[in-house]
Design a protein around this ligand. Structure first.
Ligand SMILES: [Zn+2]
Ligand SMILES: [Zn+2]
Length: 346
């Protein structure tokens, strides 16, 4: 076992504090990673505050991990010491179900092992990226191309793949009109990626406060959802709407903006159930769908795509002791666009 410095929430809703955790010995197929940067995802806050149900404490959050391999087990073939690598939301899965075999490990029918707030195959709780080292099976590690700086690459491991996967699945590309709802951590990645895929991109944000940013990030149009005229003007416009917000939304109003056969895909996860008038999907043969991160193979594809298109996250680098303050700022939508912890400061 290796003792590693980390930041953890000792109990639900408690502030995070510096502590130490044990990492397992490097097994035959394991990779030991020196974590350099860890992004702060909104879902870290949901889980620390038990917004998604009972959680395991102490909790070391963090599933946007970028670092450098420092040691590999004797059976490892994909990585060697010195490689730049990333770890996202999961560190294992059953490897045998139809979804795992299809490269959709995030939908493992037996439940993938989450990077933190999960129970590993060894029966021990998993601890995430707000720490200095992590041991992960090589099959759940991805390569970060050398041309992508590790700090701006870290958020790609959740925010990047969470938006890339549905944009690809619903064919965002040339000739397609794509709307991104919300310009936060996920939304700003969705705009960059949809633009790079060749789609015509519209941001639908509560206000026009971040309009200049949105256009710089690659959006072609920018509308405020607080303005009722937006919904009149854009009725029946979009092939695909990607909603990245985790606050309650007017789904009927959003569905009215789709073309016939269009899809409204949710990647934000509100804590409460939603209400919906089913005529909103019946009229126009529309799809209301959801999507969760992406498989390991697709996560690698996303990283290679982002390197090719010079896409990283817009980040604000913080020291570990600023993490509680950063959480408050995320809750107030006061971040442009992702906090990333410099793990050397833990
Ligand atoms: Zn996340
Ligand atoms: Zn499985």
């Amino acid at each position: 076992m290796t003792t590693v410095a980390a930041y953890a929430a000792p109990a639900a809703k408690a502030p995070l504090e510096r502590t130490t955790i044990e990492r397992r010995p490097v097994g035959e197929f394991d990779v030991l990673i020196d974590i350099k940067f860890a992004g702060i995802c909104h879902s870290d806050i949901h889980q620390v505050r038990e917004g998604w149900g009972q959680a395991i404490f102490p909790m070391v959050p963090g599933h946007e991990i970028a670092g450098v391999v420092s040691e590999v087990g004797p059976g490892v073939t994909k990585f060697k010491a010195g490689d730049h690598v990333g770890v996202g939301c999961m560190v294992d899965s059953c490897r045998a179900c139809d979804n795992c075999r299809a490269g959709l490990e995030q939908y493992c029918t037996r439940g993938a092992v989450m990077t933190y707030n999960g129970i590993g195959r060894d029966g021990e709780p998993t601890y995430g990226g707000y720490s200095q080292k992590i041991v992960v099976d090589e099959n759940y590690v991805v390569r970060i191309p050398d041309s992508l700086p590790l700090d701006v690459a870290a958020p790609l491991l959740c925010a990047g793949i969470t938006t890339y996967s549905p944009l690809k699945h619903w064919n965002a590309g040339p000739g397609k009109k794509v709307a991104v709802v919300g310009l936060g951590g996920l939304g700003h990645m969705a705009v960059k990626i949809a633009h790079a895929l060749g789609a015509e991109v519209t941001v639908l944000s509560q206000s026009l406060r971040k309009k200049d940013d949105g256009l710089k990030l690659g959006a072609d149009h920018y509308y405020a959802t607080s303005d009722p005229k937006t919904f009149e003007e854009l009725r029946g416009t979009f092939d695909l709407i990607l909603s990245t917000v985790s606050a309650p939304m007017d789904f009927d109003a959003l569905l009215s903006l789709l073309k016939t056969d269009g899809a409204l895909v949710n990647v934000g996860a509100p804590e409460e159930p939603i209400s919906l008038n089913l005529f909103s999907v019946i009229a126009g043969r529309k799809t209301l769908a959801g999507s969760s991160i992406g498989g390991i193979r697709e996560t690698q594809e996303m990283l290679d795509f982002c390197a090719e298109h010079h896409i990283g996250a817009e980040i604000e680098l913080i020291r570990a002791e600023q993490v509680n303050e950063a959480y408050e700022r995320v809750l107030n939508s006061d971040v442009r666009y992702r906090f990333v912890i410099d793990t050397a400061t833990i």
